[in-house]
Design a protein around this ligand. Structure first.
Ligand code: ADP
Ligand code: MG
Length: 288
């Protein structure tokens, strides 16, 4: 005999809904029952509505929480992205990336291009898609990431910190190349990339060609090993366009900044085949 058997049916349903943690269903229960009594809906439709409403609310809560956990700096979507402003960018290719197969395959996706061309926007938008698809996502700038790792190392908790960053199906590392990393930062980032290698996907954005990353990480040995992993199972989206931030001020921008060629040529041979890490020197194959 269950605890609530002496209660009227409606109260028992409410109790069950509380026990099942279905707040939205509780909220609309009375109104739904009244609609059944007035003959406006069938019992079957009522059950359907109750469950669908609960599920919708639960899903939107889940997405909201996961977006906060992902530490996205803003919410940007693919729908908000004006592809006509960036003709060098293949819309179909970006839309195909939004199917997130690269996340399932634990690949690395690079967005390369000058400032303001939408690298952060697109990486956030893919992050939002991943959250909607119930994949765990974490966003950080390279400086923040390296800072967090350095702090953890100082406190003797580097292993835990690396494990934390390995929990996410998709790690977005923004702004590689704006600032050189702190001393030892290249090594810390390498440890993280190595720990995630073939176990999780990453999106990296940079305003500098990959060939220049040696300067960013400041350690040629780490740099080679790092590139080896970041260029393997990787795809590249190069955006050669004008800054969206400056779209109304083109006349104020000096020619050398306005020019589309901050990254003059694709920095490396784009590895389309899987399973063959690019050799050092591969960078030269693509120069015209
Ligand atoms: P980047 O990271 O390449 O420097 P961002 O992605 O931060 O550039 O873009 C700068 C600003 O312009 C952001 O607010 C972004 O949402 C917006 N933006 C950039 N490109 C586009 C675009 N093609 N359509 C709509 N908004 C854009
Ligand atoms: Mg950016």
């Amino acid at each position: 005999m269950s605890a609530g058997e002496h209660l009227p049916v409606l109260d028992r349903i409410k109790r069950s809904l509380v026990g099942l943690r279905m707040p939205r269903a509780i909220e609309i229960l009375d109104a739904t029952v009244r609609r059944i009594e007035r003959g406006e809906t069938t019992a079957l439709e009522a059950i359907d509505t109750l469950l669908a409403e609960e599920l919708t609310q639960r899903e939107s809560r889940r997405v909201k929480t996961a977006l906060v956990m992902a530490r996205l700096p803003a919410i940007k979507t693919l729908a908000e992205f004006d592809f006509s402003f960036q003709p060098s960018l293949d819309r179909n290719r970006v839309m195909a990336l939004a199917e997130l197969k690269f996340v399932d395959r634990c690949e690395t996706l690079h967005f390369l291009g000058p400032p303001g061309t939408g690298k952060s926007h697109l990486s956030i938008a893919l992050g939002v898609e991943a959250v909607r698809a119930a994949k765990s996502v974490y966003f950080a700038t390279l400086a923040d990431l390296v800072g967090a790792l350095a702090k953890a190392e100082h406190e003797g908790t580097l292993r835990e910190k690396i494990r934390f960053f390995c929990r996410f199906a998709l790690l977005i590392v923004d702004e590689i190349g704006y600032l050189p990393v702190i001393p030892g930062g290249g090594n810390l980032f390498f440890q993280l990339v190595n720990a995630r290698y073939e176990r999780g996907a990453m999106i990296l954005t940079s305003n500098r060609g990959v060939a220049e990353w040696g300067e960013v990480f400041g350690d040629p040995v780490v740099d080679t090993a790092l590139l080896d992993r970041l260029l393997h199972h990787a795809s590249f989206v190069q955006i050669d366009g004008a800054s969206y931030r400056l779209r109304h001020h083109a006349d104020l921008v000096p020619e050398h900044i306005r020019s589309k060629a901050i990254i003059q040529s694709p920095p490396i041979a784009i590895p389309r085949r899987r399973g063959h890490p690019p050799k050092s020197g591969a960078a030269d194959q693509n120069h015209h």
